[in-house]
Design a protein around this ligand. Structure first.
Ligand code: C2E
Ligand code: MG
Ligand code: MG
Length: 749
């Protein structure tokens, strides 16, 4: 009590100082402010101390906020309050209460048991002898120690102010730390959200968490063009709480003027607008921007703002990533030139249509000779042609159909039978197209699938359409063909076969056999034809007539052909080494192989590596190959001739050779197709043809060999007709290398 009166007396001395302070910024007494008060806990067993403290501090403010006092008259009471009352800024503690060190024990309780580190502690004691050790002050984070007599009103105020300030800083640091944690967590979570809308939603949620409010009152808008006028196309991409209904609304159509105007202002100024309305700005690449509006319902504190800035710089990167990702998605699913779905997306569309396939048709429309247009007029003209076609297709068939670009010059169309059919599509191409001032007559070939006719899913459905398209192409340009299940099995079988062939080649189940060729008169062996064999895993054979065309179509023939050529050359070398210096090895060369750019090189390499006599190697090309594309063939034949190898025209008589062309070809031999050998024996017309073919060859100075000689009669007949060489079952069937060697030995012996 005494001390209190002393303090009250001291008050007078400081009265002028207080007046000064009251007039200053620090000490505002404006009661209108709604700022929450600083909560001060007074712990003292002397009731007068409570009253005096409260009286002395009455009406004073610290950092613009009033003070509120809580009272405890013992350490025990204080413990209860400390446990239950949140946000206590300062505790003014009496040291000596229930016991001599009750105050100090309370301090330990606050720091150690309650783990409250923010609350500031000021110790007050009546007796100077009870001062805590310096270590205690440090260990328990005690702000101040004063004897009650020291604490005049002014001093008390000063002490309290200092304590409150440091409390405020500690809190700021703490919420900063928590906020940063939220940012880190939030960014990690956000980085998993891929769609722009979901990401924006995530931003709403994270921002609100950061500001400690419910996820609402936030709207994002996207301006696609940052040209300063670019809020016209801005849209709400995400909104939460009371604003949720605004999602996908154009910004200009938002009926809440305060929301609309703030977002627009933010996008126009290209910066955060934080004075009224807390609108955050995220500038992105390509002039795009996002504005996020947080209606916190209160002004943002400096800590809030600081966190928001950190958050924004993090999130801008995230937005950028999301946009890039959506761009990637767009590129993955859309054709960039024609702004149509691409093949992948089209397959998805097909799958969706399959849920109700009745009355729906899929068409693949392939522009005829598009590559010629590209070659002749350039690619940019070609692009314009495609655009014109898309436009025409769209305007004539577009309303209830979906269109896609499934390959360079192939469009996919899916829609009702009445719109997508074999007459509507060709009709689109009847009128010429106007492209860059040119009038262009285009045509297209179409493959169609009635969805109900096919049991396939999206990608296979497209395959079905491709099969039909291929059939149509085989008819003529501009044709249309509907898919039938029979076509499908056929094509699928071939696909399976090709897969098997590829595996078979890799697993070395392809091998070469040799069929001897003989002098028809003496029966002497003069050479052999290398023939390819494919034995499947189950031991069955696939005839070359079946798999060679497949290998050709797929390009596999290039490697397979090289394998045969090399194998045959190795075998030839063995024959030469066994003393058969004139042995002729014939190797079939397919069209694709013959025309392949590396063919002459690979021929030279095979000859060089095996060191055979090139004159002993004969390449068989078919008659149709020899007659094709004159210039190229002439060049190739000349190139082959330079290697030293010879050429025979296989299956002669089946193609329609131009005699004048035949005359120009640098070939050695004609190989009469076995059909004529057979015909010659059974009909007189056949005999005449065989005779003509043989005479033709001889007339051109070529050697003639007959294949498919099965009977003695045929041998005699061929001899009579003037054909001197032959190959056929009469002499030997195709055989493995070792067998061939034995067969040759026997012949010689
Ligand atoms: P090709 O070049 O006309 O081969 C002659 C075909 O007639 C061979 O059929 C042969 O086994 C068959 N043959 C031989 N003597 C007789 C006979 O007396 N009567 C009958 N009915 N047939 C006989 P294969 O081996 O089935 O080959 C068929 C076709 O496959 C070949 O016709 C050739 O065009 C192609 N081919 C075979 N191997 C290869 C190769 O390594 N590369 C290329 N590109 N094509 C090959
Ligand atoms: Mg042949
Ligand atoms: Mg033949």
């Amino acid at each position: 009590m005494q001390k209190i009166s002393e303090q009250a007396a001291g008050q007078d001395h400081d009265a002028d100082l207080i007046e000064f302070l009251e007039g200053s910024d620090e000490v505002e007494t404006d009661a209108l402010s709604t700022e929450p008060p600083w909560r001060i806990l007074i712990v003292d067993d002397d009731a007068d101390v409570h009253k005096a403290t409260e009286l002395a501090m009455q009406g004073l403010r610290v950092e613009g906020r009033p003070l509120a006092f809580l009272h405890a008259s013992s350490a025990a009471e204080a413990r209860v309050l400390l446990r239950t009352e949140p946000d206590l800024a300062v505790a003014l503690l009496d040291v000596v209460m229930e016991s001599e060190d009750a105050g100090l024990r309370l301090v330990r309780y606050i720091r150690e048991n309650l783990q409250q580190h923010a609350i500031r502690i000021v110790l007050r004691t009546g007796q100077p002898g009870y001062a805590p050790e310096i270590e205690t002050v440090q260990a328990y984070d005690i702000n101040d120690y004063k004897t009650k007599s020291e604490l005049t009103r002014t001093r008390l105020y000063t002490v309290l102010t200092a304590a409150i300030r440091s409390y405020k800083q500690i809190c700021a640091l703490e919420s900063n730390r928590q906020g940063l944690e939220l940012i880190v967590e939030g960014s990690a979570e956000l980085s998993q959200l891929r769609g722009l809308q979901r990401f924006a939603e995530g931003v709403v949620t994270q921002l609100c968490a950061l500001l400690g409010m419910l996820p609402e009152g936030l709207v994002c808008a996207q301006g696609a063009h940052g040209d300063g006028t670019g809020t016209a196309d801005a849209r709400i991409v995400a909104a939460a709480g009371q604003f949720s209904s605004l999602i996908d609304t154009p910004l200009s159509a938002v009926q809440l003027p305060h929301v609309r105007e703030r977002l627009q202002r933010c996008l126009e100024l290209k910066q955060h607008v934080l004075d009224d309305g807390n609108c955050l700005y995220f500038g992105l690449s390509n002039g795009r921007a996002i504005a996020a509006l947080v209606d916190a319902g209160r002004p943002l504190s400096p800590v809030d703002l600081q966190l928001l800035r950190a958050f924004c710089s993090n999130i801008a990167v995230g937005f950028e990533n999301v946009l890039l990702y959506s761009q990637l998605l767009d590129q993955a699913y859309n054709d960039q030139l024609l702004r149509l779905p691409n093949r992948l997306r089209f397959i998805e569309l097909l799958d969706q249509n399959l849920q109700d396939p009745e009355g729906v048709t899929l068409a693949l429309i392939d522009l005829d000779d598009f590559s010629d247009i590209n070659d002749a007029f350039g690619h940019s003209f070609g692009d314009q042609v495609l655009q014109a076609v898309v436009q025409r297709l769209g305007s004539e068939l577009g309303f209830h159909t979906s269109m896609a670009r499934v390959a360079a010059d192939v469009f996919g169309l899916i829609g009702p039978d009445a719109l997508v059919n074999a007459s509507t599509i060709p009709a689109v191409f009847v009128e010429p197209f106007d492209v860059a001032g040119e009038r262009l007559q285009l045509s297209a070939t179409t493959g169609l699938v009635r969805l109900a006719d096919s049991s396939s899913i999206g990608s296979e459905l497209l395959l079905d359409a491709q099969i039909a398209l291929k059939r149509a192409k085989q008819k003529h340009r501009g044709a249309s063909e509907y898919f039938s299940p029979a076509m499908g099995t056929d094509a699928r079988e071939r696909f399976k076969l090709l897969k098997g062939l590829r595996a078979g080649f890799e697993e070395q189940r392809l091998f070469v056999v040799y069929q001897p060729q003989v002098d028809l008169a003496s029966g002497q062996a003069i050479g052999a034809e290398a023939l390819l064999r494919w034995r499947r895993e189950d031991g069955s054979f696939v005839p070359p007539d079946q798999f060679i065309p497949l290998a050709e179509q797929s390009g596999l023939i290039i490697s397979i052909g090289e394998f045969v050529l090399r194998t045959a050359c190795h075998q030839l070398k063995r024959m030469e080494q066994s003393g058969l210096h004139d042995f002729r090895m014939c190797v079939n060369i397919s069209l694709a192989q013959f025309r392949h750019i590396g063919f002459i090189d690979s021929l030279n390499a095979a000859l060089r590596d095996t060191e055979v006599n090139p004159a002993n190697l004969e390449l068989e090309i078919t008659e149709s190959m020899a007659m094709d594309d004159t210039e190229l063939v002439l060049h190739l034949l000349a190139d082959i001739k330079r290697t030293g190898a010879t050429v025979a025209i296989d299956d002669f008589g089946t193609g329609f050779s131009s005699l004048s062309h035949l005359r120009q070809l640098e070939v050695e031999r004609l190989k009469i197709d076995r059909a004529f050998v057979h015909e010659a024996q059974t009909s007189s017309a056949g005999l005449t043809i065989a005779q003509m073919v043989i005479n033709l060859g001889r007339g051109l100075g070529l050697r003639v060999i007959a294949e498919g000689v099965e009977t003695e009669e045929q041998r005699q007949q061929l001899l009579a007709l003037g054909c001197h060489e032959g190959q056929g079952w009469l002499f030997a069937k195709p055989m493995q290398a070792e067998q061939l060697e034995r067969w040759m030995e026997e012949k010689r012996g």
